[in-house]
Design a protein around this ligand. Sequence first.
Ligand code: GTP
Length: 334
Amino acid sequence: MKAVVLVGGEGTRLRPLTETTPKPLIPVMDRRFLDHVLDHLARHGVEEAILSSPYLEETFVPFVAARGDTAPAIEWITETEPLGTGGAILQALDHLATHEPILALNGDILTDLDLTAMLAFHRERGAAVTISLTHVEDARPFGLVPTDDRGRVHEFREKPVDPIPGEVNAGTYILNPAALGGFERGRNLSIEREIFPPVIAQGEPVYGFLSHGYWMDLGTPAKYLQAHFDIFEGRVEGLRYAAPWVHTTATVSLRAHLGRWVAVGEGAAVEEDAQIDDSVLHPGARVGAAARVVGSILGPYSQVGAGATLAGCVLGEGARVAQDAVVEDRKIPG
Ligand code: GTP
């Protein structure tokens, strides 16, 4: 099977990290997030992944080269203007020129969704489109996707005003190319807002595949951190990391204190008497002596000065926090 992985968004909610690194290339432990996504596809027999990004395209070149022969094979196509989730999928479909169902997925979702079972469901139901669904307690940020007894989707509902539970679009789709034939190519289109609703209205068999597995979109700093905590707690099938996790090339002083939910990336350094909790340090980040870091993401080569206190912060690549500074709930560009 072939898959289109959507990796071309600007990731505005994760700025300033995404100013230099696109969201799918941000590390999660020792690998780029996209590595985890592609490995999940490979576990379900996906042979080829089609990717495109109009945003920081050049940063994907070393990533693709480093994957080498690792499955799935990557086919990179050019997307000069942002085509949105729908436009990028249509472009990839035309490139593939296939009549077989393809997988399409957001490249910023950590999930252990059973893609093999989802494909079997798609075939059994004779679906034109199958949308993975996940249950959430508060559907306000998403919009609801109700289904009938057999899983058929008859409508997409707007985002509810009240915090009600329900099933929402989980960002992984199986698509029969023929169902998307009528849409104009080369335009910016949202798959959720501009493609699925008319496809449902045309009477195409659109189904929802409810999954109870792990699901987290890494779109915000809080969710990015939570995904790490969940991995530490063994909640994500196939991902096992010691808590705290320290890359073999990182230097952590024997006199530093690391809480359980901490990831220290490649070549990062933590000096004596520093205390770190519930935080992620990207490659090359440094925390000075006796500094206190909690609930924060330290971007690549960022530095926290000795004695500084940092809480709920996101530091961009190369950002610096002065010695003894006290910084709370801030995004600091590099
Ligand atoms: P925010 O700006 O923080 O909302 O993040 P985002 O830009 O990633 O947008 P969103 O989370 O809605 O995108 C969902 C998925 O689609 C992500 O994996 C994006 O990388 C991807 N995506 C969004 N827009 C485009 C686009 O124009 N082209 C391509 N190829 N992918 C896109």
